[in-house]
Design a protein around this ligand. Sequence first.
Ligand code: NAD
Length: 424
Amino acid sequence: MTVATPLPIMEHTNPFESMMSRFDIAAKMIGLDDDTYNMLRSPAKQVIVNLPVTMDNGSIRVFEGFRVVHNINLGPGKGGIRYAMDVDLNEVKALAAWMTWKTAVVNIPFGGAKGGIKCDPRSMSKGELERLTRAYTSALSDVFGPEKDIPAPDMGTGQQEMAWLMDEFSKIKGYSSPAVVTGKPLVLGGSKGRVEATGRGVMVTARSAMNRLKINPQTSTAAVQGFGNVGSISAKLLATQGIKIVAISDVSGAYYNSSGIDVQDAMNYAEMNNRSLEGYVHAEKISNEELLTLDVDVLVPAALQDQIGAHNAGRIRAKLIVEGANGPTMASADDILDENGIMVVPDILANAGGVTVSYFEWVQNRLGYYWTEERVNRRADRTMKEAFDTVYQTAQKYQTNMRIAAYIVAIEKVANTQKLRGGF
Ligand code: NAD
């Protein structure tokens, strides 16, 4: 009898399960009652819209769009809009809940929301994308609003889509309403410091964690997965702290140099090379999988979700993981990382610098007064440091890891406001 070679175990997660498995542990630890649990599990509002759009060839295509507002106890809904073919209601629901916890962890007065359109933005012309964005805004003009629900960019969208959204919303209302959306171009009311905000928050929380772990930045090394907005800026700012960046990566592969990589040089190279590190010669090429298990002090996954799971968690040698990406660690890895004494600064804390500066953008729009970059950075750094300390102290109090502690901080805050507001 021949024994078939076992297939590698593929780990599948969906964002909702991934979030809820951690939520459940935290809810149990704080003894959350069933009524509050059920309320926090369910989104407050889910909207599906069908958007007819005239394509460049004269045909009309109907796109499906979603917006979910998960919770508004702490303030208006806040969350990005994703343009991708695999967007569905389940994913948007999970991401909206994630935003509720993220804004609560960094203590900003927003709830959680998320939106998406099932489309392939790379195959659409600028005109088609503009008509689609305007149709989406118009269909959701009663959902969005500076006091109600404030979108932002996410995968497949950027400053241009936010400018169209702001313009369409303002036309419908009959007055200029920059505070309806964040992530706008600077000239239309965007905030200084927004582009670097997420990477900056990664650096600040990494520094706080290194202090607690007594890792000296001057003698430490880091590997960063992903070289887009979050990865490249995290790497650049970690290097300014004296940390030697020995590996970087993007979709083309990973690049390793034990003597350290000049991050600005790599950024310049990618900029000139269609945003790709392909062919970067000042480092040895390794795989993205190898990057994750390098012998470094700090590992920053800043590319995709589901990168660290039961299949590779046991081989991770970093002392500290700082999650620049959303959901890079699967729930199946949590116990293994704990057992090996690896501290994980979870996504809802580590990458919340972006939403923090989005909050500052909204504040500036409402004030009609714009801050210097220095002021934005100073306030964002303070917010991130305080959030880190609160989560760290909570982890000590409950004798748990930083991820569950971050959920505890968020759930307690949202649950308390739910009780105070009452009205059921
Ligand atoms: P981006 O599109 O600017 O960059 C993504 C990077 O990941 C690119 O360098 C790409 O080449 C790389 N990549 C893609 N597939 C890869 C693979 N298989 N292996 C290794 N690298 C791969 O995106 P971004 O804005 O930097 O976002 C990265 C992550 O951070 C996402 O999970 C996003 O949700 C999260 N995030 C971003 C922000 C923000 O402000 N941009 C805020 C919070 C969280």
